[in-house]
Ligand binder design. Sequence first.
Ligand SMILES: NC(=O)c1ccc[n+]([C@@H]2O[C@H](COP(=O)([O-])OP(=O)(O)OC[C@H]3O[C@@H](n4cnc5c(N)ncnc54)[C@H](O)[C@@H]3O)[C@@H](O)[C@H]2O)c1
Length: 309
Amino acid sequence: MTKIFVTGALGFIGSYLIPYLNGQEHKVISSDVHVRDYADYVRADVTSFEDLYKIFRRENIDQVIHMAGEVGRMVGEEHPQKMMYVNNIGTLNLIKLCLEYNTKLVYFSTSEVYGRLFDKGEAVKEEDLEKGSVFTTTNIYAMSKLFGEAIVRHYVENYGLNSVTIRPFMVYGPGEHPSKYRSALINFVNSALNGETITVHKGAERAWCYVSDFVNGVHLAMQQPFSGEYEAFNIGSDEYHTMEEVARMVVQECDANDNQIKIIEPPNKFLSLTKKFSIEKIRHAGYAPKVSLEEGIHRVAEWQRKSDD
Ligand SMILES: NC(=O)c1ccc[n+]([C@@H]2O[C@H](COP(=O)([O-])OP(=O)(O)OC[C@H]3O[C@@H](n4cnc5c(N)ncnc54)[C@H](O)[C@@H]3O)[C@@H](O)[C@H]2O)c1
């Protein structure tokens, strides 16, 4: 049985990943910055070395899944100092402890690290990131996560850190609360159900990944044997749709009105209009996303209807 320490456990992905890992008979110790009275939960701020050290000293941890942090493009633009601090000092603290205690580190990056590499319109592969730099990122969130990847890579290559990086693409599902800081898809459903305008960026295209498929991919990536080199995995779906198509699917699912859809010119900064990427590497490990976008939208709408009751 593997003992896994998960940071950022109270977040959206954590709410799926932890039950999944427990179901795989791993022993999970979850943590987050908030105070909670749950079994196998410890409060730990990842920027506090002491908080983390107490856990490493007490538990015999085999793997750390590091998801905690400041998340999202808009959060980064509004709180850049906080984002750089939490995402990078937090990662550095965990790296130091993983080296000290011979623990594997699963680092959560983001698809955003590819930035302007998406602009060519070709599917980006993991190794393509070599052609980019912080100068080809488009927002603070991407910079913070790319810098985090660089730190992890430094410790893999020079200090023998056992690590793997996950680059999540457009993860969504029930449990993600609508807000301007969260995914467009969740907000489309919320607007459709409430008779509000669904604002769509003209020409935008995405492949949305249902959260249970994503979690499956994470489990496969974390089980890969360590090659001794820096490794990253793109994890997402390969079902691409324009955001206009997504909006129409949402309208249909929610019995809303097509007139609610408003197509606008996309902003020319902070984001990529299209995001094409390869999932071949994780496919080789056995990954096969199962939930179609239509089914996923249905599940999100059902959940939001119930939450509104
Ligand atoms: N959801 C996606 O589509 C997506 C896409 C790309 C990358 N990611 C990455 O995956 C990870 C999980 O994403 P999520 O959607 O569950 O995010 P989330 O915002 O729902 O969860 C993040 C969690 O981190 C915790 N946290 C924040 N600061 C902390 C600190 N100083 N110490 C300890 N905990 C702290 C928060 O309380 C929160 O529970 C994040 O690292 C995110 O950047 C997610």
